[in-house]
Design a binder for this molecule. Structure first.
Ligand SMILES: CC(C)(COP(=O)(O)OP(=O)(O)OC[C@H]1O[C@@H](n2cnc3c(N)ncnc32)[C@H](O)[C@@H]1OP(=O)(O)O)[C@@H](O)C(=O)NCCC(=O)NCCS
Length: 337
């Protein structure tokens, strides 16, 4: 079919078109994963405000494809400011009723041009793949992008099996007798902030990134606080657990993000154990601690999703031991300008 007459317009989070722009993401998500709640508009609004505010660690641009006055396609381009100066992260969605008419391609071309104008030479995009034959994969491949990383999504249905959880907890406590576990919500304790920043930096070097052309990210305490505020603004609460040495150093952490407006499905954020502290079952220990927290404080969470490269055998083994089971894939793609 030939492309309809469409316009691509820039918009900001305070524009009248922003609500229908958010609805395009929601309709697209409902079509592709009907069993999951779609992201609420507040997520996009808060992220949008963060991206256009000066001084943050990322800039961002929002564009809409408009046909006959209606928003039918959405583009977001993220431009890291503190690291990865050559990278632009693009995300495109087209309303299910308006697909296969060239609108996705038009938005992508506009994102490419914008990235080039901003001096970026690498584009990166993620594609959610609930099952085989996802439109995003076909679209990325049709545009000649390279698939650099495939992660398996695994879901754990809550509550977890109590026997399994307590056995894992006991085993992990024995193996990590020299460490204490601490938990917190939304705000890392001040004394642990610099260590938490190092762990976030290590997430960008130690977690498998396949062939993705990304470099180590710059994290400090200030950026951790920005990240924490951003979650709260987006309507999420973050439950965290960390392993602390006897002299008070945070050496492992896990984050669990709960969208408060629709808490049925939570997402595992990062989990990392510093290299020199591996082999003490600290990954399992902090995950068990956060599962206890969620059961006690947010019993409305019914499912947790986590994403891992299959090459990340230790993390996959921990997740399988807790009862996480495969629920599709997330692929990451890149293109050079
Ligand atoms: C991926 C997506 C943006 C494509 O939007 P679109 O407007 O339908 O894309 P286009 O019409 O420009 O498609 C361009 C080409 O991609 C390929 N393509 C797109 N969707 C496809 C599908 N469902 N099956 C097979 N090929 C597909 C085709 O080669 C197509 O060209 P053709 O229609 O001439 O055969 C849309 O399906 C979507 O919103 N998906 C969910 C979000 C997503 O996965 N985004 C990708 C992250 S960047």
């Amino acid at each position: 079919m030939s492309a309809p007459t469409s316009r691509i317009v820039d918009l900001g989070p305070e524009d009248g078109l922003f609500a229908p722009w958010c609805e395009v993401w929601a309709a697209s998500e409902r079509a592709d994963r009907p069993e999951d709640p779609s992201r609420p508009a507040q997520e996009h609004l808060a992220l949008g405000r963060e991206l256009v505010a000066p001084g943050g660690s990322r800039d961002g641009v929002h564009r809409a494809a408009v046909v006959d006055g209606a928003v039918v396609g959405a583009l977001r381009v993220l431009l890291p400011r503190k690291d990865n100066p050559t990278v632009a992260i693009v995300d495109v969605a087209v309303h299910p009723d308006a697909r296969r008419r060239g609108l996705g391609s038009a938005l992508l071309a506009s994102g490419r041009a914008l990235a080039a104008e901003r001096g970026r030479t690498v584009l990166i995009a993620e594609v959610d793949e609930p099952g085989p034959g996802s439109p995003g994969r076909a679209f990325a491949a049709a545009h000649g992008w390279a698939c650099d990383l495939v992660e398996t999504r695994r879901d754990l249905v809550l509550p977890p099996d109590e026997d399994r959880l307590s056995a894992l907890e006991a085993e992990a406590a024995r193996a990590g007798a020299g460490y204490d576990v601490r938990t917190w919500q939304d705000r890392t304790p001040d004394a642990l902030l610099d260590d938490r920043a190092l762990l976030e930096r290590r997430m960008t070097t130690d977690a498998p990134h396949g062939d993705l052309p990304v470099e180590e990210e710059e994290w400090d305490g200030g950026r951790i606080r920005e990240y924490e505020r951003s979650h709260v603004a987006r309507g999420r609460t973050v439950l965290s657990a960390g392993a602390v040495t006897r002299d008070g150093r945070l050496v492992a952490f896990t984050d669990l993000q709960i969208p408060l407006a629709q808490p049925a499905r939570a997402s595992q954020g990062g989990t990392l154990v510093l290299r020199e502290h591996r082999g003490h079952r600290l990954g399992a220990r902090v995950k068990a601690a956060v599962l206890r927290e969620v059961a006690e404080r947010f019993p409305e969470v019914r499912r947790i999703s986590t994403y891992n490269a299959e090459s990340n055998t230790p993390m996959v083994a921990v997740n399988e031991a807790f009862g996480f089971r495969p629920a599709g894939r997330l692929s990451s793609w890149s293109a050079r300008l």
